[in-house]
Design a protein around this ligand. Structure first.
Ligand code: ADP
Ligand code: GN1
Ligand code: MG
Length: 355
């Protein structure tokens, strides 16, 4: 099937290998190698999640083009490969959208920070991305998923899923539902400050998991930010917060034993230091609210997993029936542990900001 797709792209040589690749939850990713040893990433873009793929690809082309002009190392920006007809994507007969990127070689992509330095480098990459994009006209970007980190809207969708209770699962997750409802007001803070303009709108990545950044395999320096599908206007705290959620955690997002999940304050400090270093233009309020950014992104993600569990697992790729529930539990455990360590998190942000 992929042969028929790949022949439409201007690749260097005939395809020798095409295999499934990576651990993303949204797109279908393949690694492609040609007879000339040129490596590529082929992706089928999930058009159920991203309903306007041509608009999304316009964003990707604009952002990668802009980054290419502003980075020194060519591996510092994702490089799109066009079709033989000069298009940034290929639409097949079945209505699926495909795109190809140059594979970023001699790089690593981590599911979990192996060392504090790796995590620091991911902060430099994500903070640097935001700093670089400050010169980009944000208003020209399409909103690829409207209300993506609008936590107030996420609550509305969650409550609708509870009310609909399509699979009759709500009764078994009442404790989790109550946990989320009890925090609704506090979790609306960031969006309210966005609407009032007290928090500035920036070009943000919006999906800053550790596995969306590539590090140089030899130097372990942050190389490149990938997965640009959700680049949109947003808050710096979305990017900072989502990185903490995923990377400064003591367990994986889908660890089955949620008691192993907590906030790693050492990694929290390291990421905060890297982000503040790479992104020095943050306002006082943005810095002050960093712990709230981390908590909001974690709770919102847990709520999205639970919403999907209630809806019948239609959004996130799952590998077994309870997968979204397991993910919900780790995220709520992480929120609870952040609450226990709230004063320490605030203290760390203050200390790192003063440096
Ligand atoms: P998803 O939206 O499904 O998470 P990603 O765009 O993040 O998809 O890609 C999935 C994985 O594929 C990444 O985590 C990374 O390991 C790998 N990958 C993506 N793009 C590249 C690239 N240009 N070079 C090397 N690896 C890549
Ligand atoms: C999805 O695409 P991927 O796997 O990097 C999701 C994020 C979630 C994340 C949770 C477009 O990210 O918002 O935080 O899963 N992306 C989309 O792991 O919904
Ligand atoms: Mg990804």
């Amino acid at each position: 099937m992929t042969d028929n797709v790949l022949r439409h792209f201007a690749l260097d040589g005939a395809v020798a290998l095409c295999e499934r690749y990576g651990f993303g939850h949204i797109n279908e990713t393949y690694r492609v190698v040609t007879e000339n040893d040129a490596w590529y990433i082929l992706q089928k873009v999930n058009h159920h999640v991203f309903t306007d793929v041509p608009a999304l690809m316009e964003n990707v082309a604009a952002v990668t083009g802009y980054l290419a002009q502003h980075v020194d190392d060519p591996r510092g920006a994702m490089q799109l490969v066009h079709t033989t007809e000069g298009m940034p994507y290929y639409l097949d007969e079945a209505g699926d959208y495909w795109r190809v990127y140059v594979f970023i070689r001699d790089s690593i992509c981590l599911q979990k920070a192996e060392t504090a330095e790796d995590f620091y480098e991911s902060a430099i990459a994500f903070g640097g991305f935001q700093q670089l994009m400050a010169g980009f006209p944000a208003a020209t970007l399409h909103e690829t998923i409207p209300n993506f980190h609008n936590t107030i809207d996420r609550y509305a969708k969650f409550k609708a899923a509870v009310a609909a209770d399509k699979l009759g699962r709500a009764a078994s997750v009442q404790e989790e539902i109550n946990f989320l409802l009890a925090r609704e007001q506090e979790m609306s803070t960031l969006h309210t400050l966005r609407l009032s303009g007290e928090l500035p709108l920036r070009v943000t990545h919006n999906d800053t998991k550790l596995n969306n950044v590539m590090l140089d395999a030899k130097t372990r320096k942050g190389l490149c930010v990938i997965d640009l599908d959700t680049v949109m206007p947003g808050l710096s705290l979305y990017d900072y917060g989502d990185s903490i959620r995923f990377g400064a955690a003591t367990a994986a997002e889908d660890e089955k034993d949620a008691s192993l999940m907590g906030i790693d304050l050492g990694l929290f400090r390291v990421y905060t230091r890297g982000f503040l270093t790479a992104c020095p233009g943050l306002t006082e309020l943005e810095v002050e609210l960093m712990p709230l950014g981390a908590k909001t992104m974690t709770l919102e993600c847990g709520m999205r997993f639970l919403t999907d569990y209630l809806d019948g697992d239609v959004y996130f790729a799952i590998h077994y029936p309870e997968h979204n529930l397991v993910r919900t539990h780790t995220q709520l455990a992480l929120v609870a542990d952040m609450e226990k360590n709230w004063d320490k998190m605030q203290q760390i942000v203050k200390e790192e900001h003063k440096k």
